[in-house]
Design a protein around this ligand. Structure first.
Ligand code: PMP
Length: 402
């Protein structure tokens, strides 16, 4: 079975010589190849796209289109439109604000999800644009398709579900959820921010309507991400463009205008061409590693964290033991605030982890955690040594308060 060689991968990430980076669920590092692709673009074809016919503009346009195609194929999204956005949050809001909602519509959400996949929907309810939100309550951190089905009503128009929890690291069965949605004639939006970096995604096989992701969490540049819209989305669920302006319009007559067809209709204004080129380089890098290998590696490191941390007296682990996982584990240390744990891990051992509520206040309230959790999240360049160092330093912290 082919696997990853994190030691050789690490050569492409110079900063890893100085520290242990376990905050990948927030944002990943970029390899040299991604940085260099952007530098090349800056030096050799920095120009606006789709607007000029001079050589640089044509080169930039070609590279931008090529980047779009590379990312679309990477996600198995051949039968759909890939819109470049600045992140998952923007992608989700394009759908939330773009659909022509009826006041009777209802939306299904999941309590453990990220604010970016809750607040855009809550806002519609708060503004009276939809009738209500039905939320899958907290169970053990593992979402089943039956949990989603239980929240679907005859008025439900859309289900918005996180593909993986950024707190627990658990993976939702999105194919089964898509089947449920299809049975009930409900649209499905998947927040793939945490899975696009780790899993082989095949959007056509999943059968969702919308998929949102962040390039910066998958080795790509900051300020990159995307929204995939299936060709199979029903006519009434095609979002209206959120922004109007240059680049998104086909023809203007008086005050009337017609948006172009295709992804450009959602990309008004000058796009982040250099970022898109960098994201395509990231996707090529991940493809070379093989997403099955990446996913297996991340999950194995998560299991190592899980078993090591669970054995430390005074440490509580929130990630369920038997669930399918990406590389993320959440925990607390009795008597020590999560921010103090994170600070100590950095000061004592140069380990970068995230602490706090992780943009998941509803989940933290349900768990009764005021200060949130400590979250360690591994990726393709992390090693077993990184994890062992995390476990040993956490043991030291827990020992200090016993
Ligand atoms: N959804 C999930 C599950 C996330 O983990 C994140 C990032 N923490 C987001 C959405 C938002 O991503 P971004 O900040 O890139 O928009």
């Amino acid at each position: 079975m082919p696997s990853l060689d994190p030691e050789s991968i690490r050569n492409d990430f110079p900063i890893l010589a100085k520290l242990v980076y376990l905050d990948n669920a927030a944002t990943s590092l970029s390899p040299r190849q991604v940085v260099e692709a952007q530098v090349t673009a800056e030096y050799h074809y920095r120009a606006n796209v789709g607007r000029g016919i001079h050589r640089l503009s044509r080169m930039a346009t070609h590279q931008y289109q090529d980047a779009r195609e590379t990312v679309r194929q990477f996600l198995g999204g051949g039968q759909g439109t890939l819109v470049f956005t600045k992140n998952t949050t923007e992608a989700t809001n394009i759908v939330a604000q773009g659909l022509n909602w009826k006041k009777t519509d209802r939306i299904t959400t999941v309590l453990q999800d990220h604010h970016s996949n809750l607040l855009p929907w809550y806002r519609l309810k708060n503004e009276g644009r939809v009738a209500g939100i039905d939320t899958v309550p907290l169970n053990d951190g593992v979402i089943e398709s039956s949990d989603i089905e239980a929240c679907i009503t005859p008025e439900t128009r859309l289900v918005a579900v996180g593909h993986a929890s950024n707190v627990f690291g658990t993976i939702a069965p999105v194919k089964a959820i898509a089947d449920v949605c299809r049975d009930h004639d409900v649209a499905l939006l998947i927040d793939g921010a945490q899975t696009a970096p780790h899993l082989h995604i095949d959007l056509e096989e999943i059968g969702c309507d919308f998929f949102c992701f962040s390039g910066h969490k998958m080795l790509g540049p900051m300020g990159t991400g995307g929204l995939w819209i299936s060709d199979a989305v029903s006519e009434e669920n095609i979002p209206r463009p959120l922004f109007a302006g240059g680049g998104m319009v086909d023809c203007v007559e008086g005050t009337a205008f017609t948006p172009v067809t295709g992804p450009g209709r959602y990309e008004a204004g000058t796009p982040n061409v250099i970022g898109a080129v960098g994201l395509a380089a990231a996707v090529r890098y991940l493809s070379r590693l093989g997403m099955e290998n990446v996913g297996r590696h991340s999950a194995a490191l998560a299991r190592r964290m899980l078993s090591g941390l669970s054995e430390i007296p005074g440490v509580r682990v929130y990630t369920p033991a038997d669930a399918p996982l990406i590389g993320t584990v959440s925990f607390t240390v009795d008597g020590v605030h999560p921010h103090e744990v994170a600070y100590f891990l950095d000061e004592a051992a140069g380990i970068m982890v995230r602490s706090g509520e992780h943009c998941c206040q509803p989940l933290m309230h349900a768990l009764g955690l005021n200060g949130g959790t400590v979250r360690a999240s591994a990726y393709c360049y992390n090693t077993e040594d990184d994890i062992d160092m995390l476990i040993a330093t956490t043991e030291e912290i827990a020992g200090m308060v016993r």
